[in-house]
Design a protein around this ligand. Structure first.
Ligand SMILES: N[C@@H](CCC(=O)N[C@@H](CS)C(=O)NCC(=O)O)C(=O)O
Length: 212
């Protein structure tokens, strides 16, 4: 059975939701981040989650690889789409945007210290980062206009991933949510899904666990 390495509340949550949506038997291993003795270093030399250990012992890393891989394991669930279809390209378009634009845009806001050692610069890094993050969130909000989920009426791996960033904003009770009505409506729907509730409950449990 595959094992997904997660850190509670981290960007590994999207892959966790996908596993719950698919109902594929799996184990969840919750690991600490940014500590040299974390077991994640044995599976992912970069020390990051998500990491997915397959039955063969091989380890996949990167949301951009893990989410499509999981979606393809059970095509009949409709979380991804047929090779060569425009729908599939649209889902990958979302994943690319979330992975290379939106996720990195949180870093200057939450962790300015990775951009400069001098703490005197951190407020300026945060302020500039905040401007950029808000611009990207407004793009997301416009992309969701008139849609239930990222590509339309169907929940896909792109939504499981987008839900991560919604939860980051919601957790900090971001005042921006008032300016992001489509993202907020998406988030309310996301939070109600049984898969999301199940993944949240599993990530609150303190130790490694088996899950269906
Ligand atoms: N590009 C990677 C980024 C993964 C990533 O940055 N994960 C964070 C959690 S949200 C992490 O593990 N951070 C620990 C660290 O950077 O040391 C992906 O999308 O899978």
């Amino acid at each position: 059975m595959p094992t997904l390495y997660v850190a509670p509340g981290a960007c590994s949550f999207g892959a966790h939701v996908v596993l719950k949506e698919l109902g594929i038997p799996h184990e969840i291993a919750a690991v600490p981040l940014r500590t040299p003795d974390s077991p994640i270093h044995r599976s992912n030399p970069l020390g990051r989650v998500p990491a997915l250990k397959l039955d063969s012992g091989e380890v996949l890393t990167e949301n951009g690889a893990i989410l499509p891989f999981l979606g393809d394991l059970k095509p009949e669930a409709g979380l991804f789409a047929t090779a060569g279809s425009v729908e599939r390209a649209r889902i990958q378009e979302w994943i690319g945007f979330l992975n290379s634009d939106l996720h990195p845009a949180f870093r200057p806001v939450n962790r300015p210290e990775i951009f400069h050692d001098d703490s005197a610069t951190h407020d300026a890094i945060k302020a500039k980062g905040t401007e950029r993050l808000l611009q990207l969130l407004q793009i997301v909000d416009r992309k969701l206009e008139g849609k239930t989920w990222a590509i339309g009426d169907r929940f896909t791996i792109a939504d499981a991933y987008l839900g991560v960033f919604w939860r980051w904003l919601q957790r900090t009770q971001s005042p921006w949510l008032a300016q992001l009505p489509n993202l907020s409506a998406f988030g309310a729907r996301f939070d109600q899904r049984p898969s999301v509730q199940a993944a949240l409950a599993a990530e609150q449990a303190p130790v490694q666990q088996k899950a269906a």
